[in-house]
Design a protein around this ligand. Structure first.
Ligand SMILES: NC(=O)c1ccc[n+]([C@@H]2O[C@H](COP(=O)([O-])OP(=O)(O)OC[C@H]3O[C@@H](n4cnc5c(N)ncnc54)[C@H](O)[C@@H]3O)[C@@H](O)[C@H]2O)c1
Length: 267
């Protein structure tokens, strides 16, 4: 097909139905923006009503449509119900970004973060959002994608799921490592249905995670020291990778997690 491999064609998501969890802020918002800017119909599921309202106003000001629903991904029946309702409403789901995630607090070289002080309640809460809800998102999306024989699932993992990270908590590294293997496992099952499952592993990017602590230069300094590009990432810098994995440009990529980390994992 002449022209079929032009960038206009292979990254074309015009009319695609895309769901982004945790899309009202940070990386999820960047994902929602790039998919909508390239023609996708985007639904953001997020717990933050104020953030959702702000997103809708922002998208409207740019002439982009956006659907939103307030939802706590920790509520698994509500999460899966929202995905099934979206499939019914739009008739299909082309891409799902399982992106919602939270910090587990500080790392093991702080009093709060050292192994003896990790509290079961915090551990369970982080597991529910960063792991169980990601699994539930993949599970619900896969039902529709199998039926339509195609789709793309993208999980936001972390460089902290690829190796130890001194600045982040135990539950965070455990859940992010777990989703990297969840991606592989779902990818091998869903491959025969034309469903690709991949992960993104960001390094430190300036968002609101952990109360936006990276905005404090003193906190940011040791993170930056681990990044060969010697700076924090900007959420906009995720857009290229999100569009790649959310479009047919990545049609032969599945079961992998791609770092986007300023070179951090190259050390
Ligand atoms: N920013 C980084 O440096 C970085 C690095 C690696 C991985 N990540 C991952 O990126 C993802 C997005 O984080 P971010 O940095 O954009 O943070 P962020 O706090 O800016 O955005 C997270 C969004 O998820 C939403 N959310 C949180 N808990 C939720 C819940 N229970 N139900 C529904 N929505 C919920 C928040 O309201 C927010 O809109 C997370 O999975 C995070 O672990 C971030």
């Amino acid at each position: 097909m002449p022209g079929a491999y032009n960038s206009n064609d292979i990254f074309d998501v015009n009319g695609d139905v895309v769901i982004v969890t945790g899309g009202a802020s940070g990386l999820g918002l960047s994902i929602a923006e790039v998919m909508a800017a390239n023609g996708a119909r985007v639904l953001i599921l997020d717990i933050d009503q104020g953030g959702l309202d702000a997103c809708q106003a922002k998208f409207q000001a740019s002439g982009l449509a956006l659907d939103v629903a307030k939802l706590d991904v920790a509520d698994i029946p509500a999460l899966q119900g929202a995905i099934h309702a979206a499939a019914e409403r739009y008739g299909r789901i082309d891409a799902v970004f399982a992106n919602a995630g939270i910090s587990a607090g500080s790392g093991p070289f702080t009093e709060f973060g050292e192994i003896a002080n990790v509290r079961e309640e915090n551990w369970n809460h982080v597991l529910q959002i960063n792991l169980t809800a990601v699994f539930a998102t993949i599970q619900a999306a896969s039902i529709h994608m199998k039926r339509q024989r195609g789709g793309r699932i993208v999980v936001t993992a972390s460089v902290a799921g690829l190796r130890a990270e001194r600045h982040v908590g135990y539950a965070y590294v455990a859940t992010k490592a777990a989703v990297v293997n969840l991606v592989r496992q779902a990818a091998i099952e869903l491959a025969e249905f034309g469903v690709c499952v991949n992960g993104i592993a960001p390094g430190p990017i300036l968002t609101n995670i952990a109360g936006g602590k990276l905005r404090d230069p003193v906190v940011a300094k040791p993170y930056i020291a681990n990044v060969p590009l010697a700076r924090l990432g900007d959420p906009d810098e995720l857009k290229g990778l999100a569009l790649l994995l959310g479009s047919r440009a990545s049609s032969f990529i599945t079961g992998t997690t791609i770092p986007i980390d300023g070179g951090m994992t190259a050390w």
